[in-house]
Ligand binder design. Sequence first.
Ligand SMILES: *Cc1c(COP(=O)(O)O)cnc(C)c1O
Length: 388
Amino acid sequence: MNKHIPQNASETTASESAAGGLLHIDLDALASNWRCLRDAAGGAEASAVVKANAYGTGIEKAVPALARAGCRTFFVAHVSEAVRTRAVAPDATIYVLNGLLPGSCAAYATSNLRPVLGSLEEIMEWAAFSRAEGRRFPAAIHVDTGMNRLGLTVREGLALPIRSELKDFEPSLLMSHFASAEEQDNPVNGQQIKAFTAVRNMLPDVPASLANSSGIFLREKPHFDLVRPGYALYGGNPTPDEENPMRPVVGLEGRIVQLRWIEAGETVGYSGRWTARDKRRIATVSVGYADGYSRSASARGQSGEATLSGMAIVASRLCPFAGTISMDLLAVDVTDVPEGDIARGVPVTLIGGALTIDEVGRRAGTIGYEILTSLGARYRRTYREAQD
Ligand SMILES: *Cc1c(COP(=O)(O)O)cnc(C)c1O
């Protein structure tokens, strides 16, 4: 299993005692989440979105685990990610979401990759390349139904059947992307489904795909022929207003490097932004913002104040952060942890249990997606293999 040679810093695995943070990635939960999403999508094919190094979990580990679970189609953002995916999934269908940069057709063909064409210009370039090579190369066509980010306009999409370029290459997927699928009652969802269905009806023979993770759970069930989950695969909650149906995939532990008592009125960390109201015990933990732990989870104000900032689980107790997060360290107020349960070297949970990626994101003023995709290069990564 370990024949993969690390190709970038995110694959670095320091030894356990040499690393500041321990990242646990559960490939069994990943595979189980994929099966759960496949079942939720009814008869539609379930693909996997593995852009951004499989949301921080590692393409070289995540893709083979998903392929073994039965996943055949993968989406990435860039050609570089697609090439890494191809190396571990020789038979998979791989789409590149960001589309075609000028003059890059040959790079796609070489690795048997499919661009997601997002403009008439891209369609013309792919068609010309196919004509020149004498092969109808497959590609997806992206129609923008509300993001105003990537894709043909709906008007351009409705006019696709009369374009001669569609005979030059193989349109293998027609897709669009939800802007607000995590909001079950947002009327934009229905409008996007309607616009996409209209374009789809113009190209009835081309498989269609609209739903991301949250889209799979919309009451309209806009599954079409293929669903494209990303976040939910990695344990994020696709239904924020309801209980998370997914299993957690990522866990993070830091270690206590020092413990100290401080007196009332003393501050912790850079710029003294957090003040002890009474005598407090502070644990300094070996993870900081250079590990990708968001500095915006820093704690300001006074001890005991209910502010929205980071937390750690120390000996089964939720403990609040104290002060500004540093580059390599963060401080936790562990006053409430019994003396016998805490010592130098003891691991503390930064992601795991009640500290889900959604919760860690909320406490950092961001979303769980950003927590996952920021997971640092210095962590020692351990993978639990799928138990299939
Ligand atoms: C990132 C992305 C997805 C996956 O979205 P999640 O919300 O992570 O499930 C699907 N489709 C497109 C076009 C994307 O860019």
